[in-house]
Design a protein around this ligand. Structure first.
Ligand code: KG4
Length: 339
């Protein structure tokens, strides 16, 4: 008999549902929330309201696209955390109700682990190479910047992480200072393609070990801009491409310096990247460059799996299902948790 997992993701501002059958992805529906754009960031209350509206149609669409009926589902996997509590509660409550109604197992998924395991999502007729354990994964998003040693589907060790801002958060804040839209990451990426990455230099942190820090870069960017604007009020408009390219290059350099150090220290040459910032062109280019220069075997996710999606929740749920790693219905959501 086939194993069919319904995955549910609602940790931030994307409502998503996916169906995985025997490890193969059949559907992955994501409903974004444009409502936050005019606020320059995610508004938690608006996010949970939008999840309430989206969750039923999104699950319905995922089932329809997969050609699977509710009765065929083996288990429901859901994001338990970390994330915004009001948002998580929508997905968690839906998953619990759905599983209880069909009398099938529930599987709780750590959102961060799921980002890492997104590298194991297999689409129909796809023969993409997957990482072998152990491998390193750079998890970079709006809330995290971590270097993870992935020992198995379930066993992951954080080797280093940011002590203040996450990389995506720093990029978003610098973009906001420049008066660009939200989220800043994709805008900076686009502008950077037309700019000179060596035009400006910003402070890089001196943190021991494998930890990161991005708050100094953010402050250095802000203070430099202030000085330049004093001399030329149109400085940002006249130099936004070079500013974006130099900012992106600094973030990528900071990320890759520590990742290289980790690869050397742990003698691992399989290196993956995950999370929203893994969509960044400069970071992807740096991974390819490292593959050429240091012989790394690299794993870069498809764009659709860089941001929040239920396919990664469903594949993590599938691995847990094979281990009969189920959870009880009284399990609460958690807003903060590490791996
Ligand atoms: O993983 P994710 O979707 O969720 C959160 O952690 O909230 O990551 C979102 C982050 C944002 O900071 C966004 O600006 C950044 O990923 N991002 C990018 C790009 N696309 C998204 N950063 C740089 N370049 C991009 N192309």
């Amino acid at each position: 008999m086939s194993t069919i997992i319904l995955g549910i993701e609602s940790s931030c501002d994307d409502t998503s549902a996916a169906i995985i059958k025997d490890g193969v992805l059949l559907s992955n529906i994501v409903a974004g929330q444009a409502v936050h754009e005019s606020y320059g960031g995610v508004v938690p209350e608006l996010a949970s309201r939008a999840h309430q509206q989206n969750i039923v149609p999104v699950v319905h669409e995922a089932l329809k696209k997969a050609g699977v009926s509710k009765d065929e589902i083996s288990a429901v996997a859901f994001t338990r955390g970390p994330g915004l509590m009001g948002s998580l509660l929508v997905g968690v409550s839906f998953a619990k109700g759905f599983a209880r109604a069909l009398d099938i197992p529930l599987i709780d998924v750590n959102h961060l682990k799921a980002h890492v395991l997104a590298h194991f999502i297999k689409e129909k007729d796809e023969e993409a190479e997957q990482p072998e354990f152990p491998f390193l994964c750079l998890l970079v998003s709006g809330g995290n910047s971590q270097i993870i040693l992935v020992k198995s589907y379930d066993e992951m060790e954080v080797l280093g992480q940011t002590i203040d801002d996450a990389a995506g958060e720093a990029i978003d804040k610098c973009s906001k200072v420049m008066g660009l839209g939200y989220p800043g990451g994709p805008i900076i990426d686009k502008l950077a393609r037309q700019g000179n990455p060596k035009a400006y230099t910003f402070n890089k942190p001196h943190i021991p070990g494998l930890d990161y820090s991005f708050s100094g870069l953010k402050t250095s960017f802000l203070y430099s801009l202030r000085d330049w604007i004093k001399e030329d009020p149109d400085f940002i408009e006249n130099h936004k491409q070079d500013l974006a390219a130099s900012l992106e290059a600094t973030v990528v350099e900071i990320l890759m310096d520590k990742l290289r150090k980790a690869a050397k220290q742990y003698k691992i040459n399989q290196v993956a990247v995950a999370g929203g910032v893994s969509a960044n062109t400069g970071l992807r280019n740096a991974f390819h460059e490292h593959a050429r220069k240091y012989g790394w075997k690299i794993f870069i996710p498809k764009f659709g799996y860089t941001t929040d999606n239920a396919a990664m929740i469903a594949i993590t749920g599938y691995f847990k299902y094979l281990n009969k790693d189920f959870c009880s219905i009284d399990l609460p959501a958690y807003s903060r948790v590490t791996l």
